[in-house]
Design a protein around this ligand. Structure first.
Ligand code: ADP
Ligand code: MG
Length: 717
């Protein structure tokens, strides 16, 4: 009984062959693009793409010998085949290898399945054996006709992404391995130095990991304790240490203008005047980090400092004081923020503080009119503008500073390495991206509200100085956080009503997921309509990322001035928005947000004196309950409001790879080594990296290139 119901498009056979094969200019096929997405460009990148696990296709197991849960390969004859409809439509095939029988079950199947698995056929089947309801079974095993040679090595299974079939990837990786230059970079004396067992050669280690012989203890591959893994981890840790040493050395050789003597003569300096005009006193923490930054700025080597402080801790004023010091010394300062709304907020705040003191500021953004842009560029180039604020527009080629000495980057994790480098290269109009020893660079101050846990800071940001604001300005009331099921939405609306009645304002955030942007837009629009209907007499605003910038700004201005009671928004308010009268934050589908995102969003309230609350609305969709990580995130939000604790838990939930990846840090991530357990190898790498860099510079260079060459910008950072 042939079946035609499976949609042809999802049949594996229906996949298009590599596009345009044989044509003169071959467009990149999907798997090729996926390879690039994984960063697998060079032969060596492919060779260093190591298996996640292995499958043993070297032998045939007798069904009678297979235990429950085993991944086995059997050869057997089909004795029965039928399509059943209970509990749902499926193909059930019984096979017998003489020792026992087993049922193969397929929920998705095609006519080709039935053909290969027709009664009487002998087949080779691979799958996990399970004790099913009616006997032993394999669900969706792989299969083909019986016979043919058995593999002589374990079959590697590589980490992959959607659109990159395992077979294609395997072929690409093994091809890369065969072509790659695997010449040794470690000096022979390093191989056994302070290590319990000497390291094998890179070539041997890679050959082995891609084709392990069947006699290996699989456990040593899985927990990565096998000597071949040790070699790879040692290599990786050494590359990380070398690149950081090198970056530090390059930076130490750079020059920056020491920002010392005020040129304002006997009057008060800008800094002093700014401090006097502030409507508040600096917290002790703000004063401390201010002193740290000031000390850096007086040196003639470029500052390279990360200012971390929780949401609302008052980083902006610290940045403004640094800018004032820079202008006091007669130099220009630039401040770059990731979004236009955030940049504009900084701009207004800084204008409010600095223009009364006679400072001219310039504003640069992608959306401004040509004439406005031309005028801004002119005052930046002439030096009339002491302070330049803007978005990515600040780093465009056309922007030429007269004498930039300090670059400040807000929410630094939202910028890539290349953008930070571009800002640093603005010091002299002719300089290229990438530092030249002895060249000039501005001082760099990066700010973030997502602190880096200490363990990571030590290994990944070893060449960065860190200042931390560890207290909030006084008078803040803690934010009460509640996790509420979507089913109780009405109660939340009631809560909004009572806040509005007290003259407060409310944020309602809807998630935005890139792949389904339009769907989420509909969500936000519907929520906006529903809230408008439920709250007659209240102005409800809508803000989403697809709106033109001018419209966004207009809505934001209405909310800031208090004319809107409720602001429904996709994540555009994620960073830096400051409306002290807002006292309630509702986050819809909170289960879809990352932990640091939730924390940042929550930080939008609790900025004034009013008691504030954050409601995390969750929905489990079709599932009976929330997934484990989503639950862990929401729990963390309820339990703590401390950004450092949040960061620590985030790291725990996500692991360092994703944690750092999200920041586009540019720091080479450790793929293989684990800082927590590979302490011996880390010590080895830390001890030998300086030796290698000074005694074997050529080998060190090749080693860094081999491991990090695909991330070339980092080498210059
Ligand atoms: P963030 O660190 O998140 O960028 P902001 O710089 O936006 O925080 O500051 C948050 C709010 O706190 C602003 O309204 C700011 O004016 C105010 N603020 C900053 N420092 C102090 C202080 N020492 N005392 C009182 N309010 C302060
Ligand atoms: Mg800020």
């Amino acid at each position: 009984m042939p079946t035609r119901s499976a949609p042809a498009a999802s049949s594996p056979k229906a996949l298009p062959a590599a596009a345009g094969a044989g044509a003169a200019v071959t467009p990149k096929s999907q798997p090729q693009k996926a390879l690039e997405k994984l960063g697998l460009r060079r032969d060596i990148d492919l060779a260093l793409h190591l298996p996640l696990r292995y499958e043993d296709e070297t032998r045939i197991t007798r069904l009678a010998d297979a235990r429950d849960g085993d991944m086995v390969q059997v050869e057997a004859q089909v004795t029965h085949s039928e399509i059943t409809f209970r509990p749902r439509r499926q193909l059930r095939v019984t096979v017998d290898d003489g020792s026992d029988t087993c049922v193969l079950r397929f929920i998705n199947f095609y006519p080709s399945h039935q053909k290969t698995l027709s009664v009487g056929a002998r087949v080779r089947v691979r799958g996990e054996i399970r004790g099913g309801f009616v006997g032993r079974e394999m669900v969706h095993p792989s299969f083909r006709a019986a016979g043919g040679e058995l593999a002589t090595a374990l079959t590697p299974v590589y980490p992959t992404v959607a659109g990159l079939p395992q077979a294609y990837l395997r072929k690409a990786v093994l091809g890369g391995l065969a072509r790659a230059d695997l010449a040794e970079t470690l000096p022979a004396e390093f191989l056994s130095k302070n290590l319990p067992q000497p390291l094998s050669s890179l070539r041997e280690a890679l050959q082995f990991l891609h084709h392990p012989t069947p006699d290996v203890m699989l456990a040593t591959l899985e927990d990565r304790s096998h000597p071949a893994w040790q070699r790879l981890k040692a290599e990786e840790l050494l590359a990380q240490q070398l690149s950081q040493l090198q970056a530090r050395r390059v930076r130490a050789a750079m020059r920056a203008p020491p920002l010392r003597s005020p040129v304002h003569g006997p009057q008060c300096t800008l800094q002093e005047q700014l401090l006097e005009r502030l409507p508040f006193r600096l917290t002790a923490a703000q004063q401390r980090v201010g002193t740290e930054i000031a000390a850096d700025l007086t040196r003639n080597a470029p500052m390279h400092r990360l200012l971390q402080g929780d949401v609302g801790s008052g980083k902006t004023v610290v940045a403004a004081l640094a800018a004032a010091r820079c202008m006091d010394a007669g130099w220009q300062c630039a401040l770059m923020a990731p979004t236009e709304i955030l940049a504009e907020q900084h701009f207004r705040k800084l204008i409010g503080w600095l223009e009364p003191l006679g400072i001219q500021t310039a504003w640069l953004t992608g959306s401004q009119k040509a004439k406005e842009r031309r005028e801004a560029l002119a005052v930046i180039e002439s030096g009339a503008a002491g302070l330049v604020v803007g978005t990515h527009a600040v780093i465009q080629d056309k922007v030429v500073f007269k004498n930039l000495a300090l670059a400040i980057i807000d929410e630094q994790h939202r910028f890539g390495v290349a953008q930070r480098l571009a800002l640093r290269s603005k010091m002299t109009p002719t300089s290229q991206v990438g530092a030249q020893p002895g060249g000039e660079e501005p001082h760099l101050l990066m700010m973030t509200a997502t602190p880096i846990p200490r363990t990571l800071a030590m290994s990944y940001y070893a060449d960065l100085d860190v200042s931390t604001i560890d207290e909030l300005p006084p008078g803040r009331t803690p934010i009460v956080t509640k996790v509420v099921s979507e089913a109780r939405r009405d109660e939340v609306v009631e809560r909004i009503r009572s806040q509005l009645a007290e003259g407060r304002q409310v944020y309602w955030v809807c998630p935005l997921i890139e792949e389904s942007e339009s769907v989420d837009l509909i969500n936000a629009t519907q929520t906006h309509e529903a809230l408008s209907a439920a709250l007659p007499g209240t102005q409800v605003g809508l803000l989403h990322s697809r709106m033109p910038v001018a419209e966004k700004k207009a809505v934001m201005a209405l909310f800031t001035s208090g004319q809107l009671g409720v602001l429904v928004s996709t994540t555009v308010i994620e960073v830096g928005v400051d409306v002290p009268n807002a006292s309630l934050m509702v986050i819809e589908h909170a289960e879809r947000f990352g932990l640091s995102q939730l924390h940042q969003l929550r930080g939008r309230v609790g900025r004034g004196a009013a008691a504030s609350a954050c409601v995390l609305l969750y929905s489990t969709g079709d599932a009976p309950r929330l997934g484990e990580t989503a639950r862990a995130r929401l729990k963390a939000m309820v339990e703590t409001q401390d950004g450092f604790e949040i960061a620590r838990r985030d790291l725990e939930i996500r692991g360092p790879g994703e944690f750092l990846g999200a920041r586009q840090s540019g720091a080479p991530l450790l793929r293989f080594a684990d800082l927590a357990t590979d302490t011996e190898l880390l010590a080895w790498a830390r001890a030998l990296a300086p030796v290698m860099l000074y005694n074997y510079p050529e080998l060190a260079h090749r080693h860094i290139l081999r491991w990090l060459g695909g991330k070339a910008e980092f080498l210059k950072a």
